[in-house]
Ligand binder design. Sequence first.
Ligand code: DGT
Ligand code: CA
Ligand code: CA
Length: 380
Amino acid sequence: MPCHVYIPTPLFLIWMSLPEDSHRRIILHVDMDYFFAQCEERERPQIKGKPVVICVYSARGGDSGAVSTSNYEARKLGIKAGIPISRAKKIAPDAVFLPVNMELYHSISDEVMEMIKNHCGIFEQESVDETFCDITGKVSDFEEAGILAQRIKDEIRQKAGLTCSAGAGPNKLVAKIASDFKKPDGLTVVKPGEVLWFLEPLKITELPGVGKKTGDRLNELGVKTIGGLSKLSIDELIREFGQAKGIWLKQASEGIDDSPVVEREGTEQIGRMTTLKTDTADPDVIIEAINELSGDVHRKLEARKLSFKSVTFVAISTDFKTHTRTHTLSAVAKDLDTIKNTAHVLAKAFLDENPFPLRRVGIRVANLEEKKGQRTLVEF
Ligand code: DGT
Ligand code: CA
Ligand code: CA
């Protein structure tokens, strides 16, 4: 027969529970809003307010291909990632349709990720527009996590002119779901004690890793929400989905996730771009811009103790077309002069061939390695 006896918690028990608390993590996830489309809006302010659709055209020509993403004006009309371009054009013939420009999105991504990284402890970029940060060592509680997240959002808005959505939680799983909770321009902080309450009403497909197949099977079992999923027994889940997935689903439904935020070294490239004060084909103006950009890129390399093996000059002409010229060195290098001099040669060669005005220029270094290169000579 169970008997309930009130036992006041002795002080030493509260003290004993502290070491466990100190293992608590505070994880932040930042995801840029309608990223490709927002980058295009920043580049062309005149299209803001209109539906904007970013298209991946297939090799078949015409309008064959799919929508990569769209801004919120286009989403309201039903134009979403993955639908055929031809369908999007039927829905909104007057929308702004643009081809993907990865060069632009990567350079803006570098710009934003650098800002976030400067605020974070451990930083793990997950894709072109999102990142995890372990900020346990940077803030003392979830209140402060919210303040830090707001500061990062403000900086991205002021310096890059872009909005993003952020989520903070006790692990990566909860932080990621939280960043998606209010979009666009959202900020959601989920404290450890609120995790179950937060997850309970959400659709199972909100769990990253639950795709259509698992979602459909769970629906057949009568499960629609994460709360509903948490009520299935571990045995039932293992029977349905196998050992590994069954255990994962059980834990995820309870907001449990121990995966660490892991710094990824040697991201493939580091780049910087700038918009020229006026559209120009003047080599002197372009060389001056290159010198400034090279300095920025070099500082980023130094900060991460990386060397590089290739240098790219990027030019965006007034018709928004992106042109690139790359040179691969015969050995890794790490110095500013190699970046600058290589970029000068590439830019001059490009301008000789293409004497039209440029709107934006950029520098990118790639094939990054942990620093060991000593070369200072430019080789062509
Ligand atoms: P959001 O985060 O809901 O405000 O909107 P997005 O557009 O940022 O969506 P997200 O975070 O899933 O994806 C980031 C970028 O990745 C997006 O701007 C375009 C690209 N992307 C997303 N889904 C697809 C897709 O199905 N196909 C292609 N080609 N690109 C995609
Ligand atoms: Ca996004
Ligand atoms: Ca994303």
